[in-house]
Design a protein around this ligand. Structure first.
Ligand code: NAD
Length: 306
């Protein structure tokens, strides 16, 4: 198995480290900055002896070494600064994502593509159009990370362990994302039965602002530990053909009554990418919130540079 990670910045390099330490694939790290992917890959190679991994990790400024990748993860682009929304990144990141997809697909025509660059729903849509691949092979990071944030806040609030939470966050990876308390399960019970509406709202708000909270604290960087862990979780499900269910940014073609838009929904992941999109039995209010979120993404998609 060969995995390419494009973008050797905070998310990409940390993801490469997490993946090489799992030791199930060779990793190629690519970036435009001369020396950075090569240096980071060399640094990680020198940990093989103490960590005990046997696969290869290499860094490059060109794509030749990525040829024949099974999975390509796109983290290239710029990240948010304090006070910025993800949508403000659309112009510059669209140009970067287009270039990365064109160059990678030419050499890895059979790969599954996982998009991380923000605004991720619109970038996943763009990657799908540029690659001309079927929708099962191009999807993005959203709900695994947003759900991880919700689980962390629930763990704090209810004094439970985070792994006891099965979170459910869908829609845009942005200000219109939707937290579903009826489908968020804590120790076997829905969150909606465990805390009152005011508390549910507070947990949802903190989740929506989970990324901005970190940017505001760190100032010079956005989040990357939970994001890289979340992508590693998605990539592992693909690599091992596990069929695990998790929420990802996927292109809808009729599911939830929506089409030609990418938003976060529950999917089952396997070797071919998305095996199946799961349609939860949302009530009218829950479905309306998802549709509002899809409308917000459609506006960003419409603003993509032609
Ligand atoms: P970063 O600035 O640390 O790293 C980005 C890297 O991309 C840099 O090393 C840069 O040189 C590289 N790059 C730029 N243009 C490139 C190109 N054309 N080809 C190859 N590499 C190129 O940023 P980061 O914190 O790693 O975040 C990366 C992206 O992921 C950002 O857009 C960020 O908003 C996004 N992100 C998304 C999620 C999510 O949930 N979807 C979570 C975290 C971060």
């Amino acid at each position: 198995m060969k995995i390419t990670v494009v973008g050797a910045g905070n998310v990409g390099a940390t993801l490469a480290q997490r993946l090489i330490e799992k030791d199930f694939a060779d990793i190629v790290l690519v970036d435009v900055i001369e020396g950075i992917p090569q240096g980071k890959a060399l640094d990680m190679r020198q940990s093989a002896n103490v960590i005990g991994f046997t696969h290869q990790i290499t860094g490059s400024n060109s794509y030749e070494t990525t040829a024949g990748s099974d999975i390509v993860v796109v983290t290239a682009g710029i990240a948010r600064k304090p006070g910025m929304s993800r949508d403000e990144l659309v112009g510059i990141n669209a140009r970067i994502v287009r270039e990365v997809i064109e160059k990678s697909i030419a050499l890895s025509p059979h790969a599954v593509f996982v998009i991380v660059s923000n605004p991720v729903d619109a970038m996943t849509y763009l990657a799908l159009k540029v690659s001309k691949l079927p929708r099962n092979r191009v999807f993005g990071l959203s709900g695994v990370l947003d759900g991880g944030r919700l689980a962390a806040f629930i763990a704090e609030e209810l004094a439970v362990n985070a792994p006891e939470v099965t979170p459910c966050v869908m829609g845009e990876h942005g200000s219109s994302m939707v937290v579903y308390p009826r489908f968020t399960i804590v120790g076997g019970k829905p969150l909606s039965e465990l805390v009152d509406e005011a508390k549910q709202k507070a947990l949802a708000e903190r989740t929506v602002n989970g990324g901005a909270e970190i940017v505001a604290i760190m100032k010079t960087s956005s989040a990357f530990y939970a994001p890289s862990a979340s992508v590693a979780h998605m990539v592992t499900a693909v690599a091992t053909d596990s069929g695990a269910m998790m929420n990802c940014a996927a292109c809808l073609e009729g599911e939830y009554g929506l089409s030609d838009v990418v938003i976060g929904v529950p999917v089952k992941l396997g070797r071919a990418g998305i095996r199946k999109i799961i349609e939860l039995p949302l009530n009218a209010e829950e479905l309306a919130a998802l549709k509002r979120s899809a409308e917000a993404v459609s506006k960003t998609i419409a603003a993509l540079p032609k």
